[in-house]
Design a binder for this molecule. Structure first.
Ligand code: IMP
Length: 432
């Protein structure tokens, strides 16, 4: 069946938005299966830069249908604002072009307040969440008291459920967090209005996808965040609350396990992370500033959702091998190669060493204890040429080609494409 999966192989922000945009040119449907508006996808098309948080970036192509699967947690206020932003930029978004699963869960101001209040109590154990209510919304989901999109279709019942929800949150806020209660009436009326605006978008997206796949329509499943933030396989507890990995596609879209054409891993040519948690190859000082950029450009290393400067470091080949194993990666797209231009030496971590000097190709107990290891690096020679205008493999400097081949060697996955700048056309196909 014609399903492609795109997943971030690092801690998010690998440049998936622009890859989705590229792959969408050949897709009929682009579907998100996890997360919420904690995600941030930046797509640059000529002079237009779109920053999307919820709607699949493939929607920018006029022929695609966008789907928000049941695995998502959706803040209706953000969603409506994004629909309006896209419309203002000339991208048509209507119930014909965007479908929302009845099973997706809702994020409310209550979840956002709990997220922020909880973080404020964590001290050193702070996760550094995006503050978008993601964790509390998924907590409600698994504790079987969540609010779902389908609830919005029965307004009297929805009003009742919303009231109960706000009352329960207000109880938690005052008893556990000693913070002010939220205005129940205001929130309930706001959400009833969102329900009126969104009801036509809510359908059984799993059934739609099943039919589409049987009709050989091309479906692209777009992951949000990166797999190292997966709740099961990431650097727990410094993770998000959803299944980011490729296996999350089936439960998050409501389709059966079917043949997948490719599992494509988006990988930045170096490594970045926002929020707290271990990061073995992290750099500081001048080199970090050099990789991060100043924030003057939309593609510099500052959070799309929060604006926080990202932590940056050398590419971690150990974690890339781990990402290959958990996701069954068939291909990689290596992004931001142009940022490495001008560096005399580029390092790649190929193994870890513990304090007794023992070496590991893969951490022995998953990746939660990454801070116990020192990275072992391989040094590669850099290149001085500006590569932003290069479109052919043969025109890349020899050392840039050698870097890409080294990434293939260390990860065990072929690189299908490398990006050399933020614009849609700035990519180089990599021959096998
Ligand atoms: P949450 O998803 O807001 O609960 O945040 C949990 C962790 O995931 C924090 O470290 C966030 O910074 C990180 N995170 C969540 N979404 C993204 C993303 O789209 N890109 C990068 N990091 C993210």
């Amino acid at each position: 069946m014609p399903l492609k999966i795109l997943v971030g192989t690092q801690w998010g922000d690998e440049g998936k938005g622009r890859i989705v945009d590229l792959l969408s040119a050949q897709s009929d449907i682009v579907a998100r299966y996890n997360g919420g508006d904690n995600a941030g996808h930046t797509v640059t098309v000529t002079e237009h830069t779109f920053k999307l948080h919820l709607i699949p970036s493939g929607i920018i192509h006029p022929h695609t249908l966008g789907i928000l699967g049941n695995g998502l947690v959706i803040n209706p206020k953000s969603l409506i604002a994004e629909i309006e932003m896209l419309r203002e930029s000339g991208v048509k978004v209507s119930p014909e072009r965007l479908k929302i699963s009845f099973g997706a869960h809702l994020i409310t101001p209550g979840h956002i307040s709990i997220d922020r209040a909880r973080e404020a109590t964590l001290g050193k154990g702070l996760i550094g969440t995006t503050g978008r209510g993601i964790g509390p919304a998924y907590t409600d989901k698994v504790s079987r008291k969540g609010l779902r999109m389908v609830d919005m279709l029965d307004l009297p019942l929805f009003e009742e459920k919303m009231r109960l929800h706000v009352q329960k949150i207000n109880y938690d806020l005052s008893i556990y967090y000693q913070t002010a209660p939220l205005p129940e009436d205001k929130i309930v009326h706001e959400y009833l209005e969102y329900a009126r605006q969104l009801r036509e978008y809510i359908v059984d997206t799993g059934a739609m996808l099943d039919i589409a796949l049987h009709e050989d329509k091309l479906v692209l499943a777009e992951g949000a965040q990166g797999m190292l933030l997966d709740v099961d396989h990431g650097s727990y507890p410094f993770v998000t609350s959803s299944n980011v990995t490729a296996t999350g596609v089936f439960s998050g879209l409501g389709i059966g396990i079917c043949a997948v054409d490719n599992v494509i891993g988006a990988t930045k040519a170096f490594q970045s992370r926002v929020g707290a948690g271990p990061f073995p190859t992290e750099l500081d000082g001048e080199m970090a500033t050099r990789l991060r950029g100043t924030g003057a450009q939309p593609w510099d290393e500052f959070g799309t959702t929060t604006g926080r400067p990202r932590r940056v470091g050398w590419l971690d080949g150990v974690l890339l091998r781990y990402a290959r194993r958990i996701n069954g990666l068939t291909d990689l797209v290596l992004t931001k190669m142009d940022v490495l231009s001008g560096l005399p030496e580029i390092k790649v971590c190929t193994a870890y060493q513990d304090k007794n000097g023992e070496s590991y190709a893969i951490p022995p107990m998953g990746i939660s204890s990454l801070d116990q290891f020192q990275p072992v690096y391989e040094s590669l020679m850099g290149w001085t040429e500006d590569i932003t205008q290069v479109r052919d493999w043969d025109d890349l400097p020899e050392n840039a080609r050698a870097y890409i081949r080294f990434v293939e060697y260390t990860s065990g996955v072929r690189v299908m494409m490398a990006s050399v700048g933020p614009e849609r056309s700035q990519v180089v196909e990599v021959p096998a």
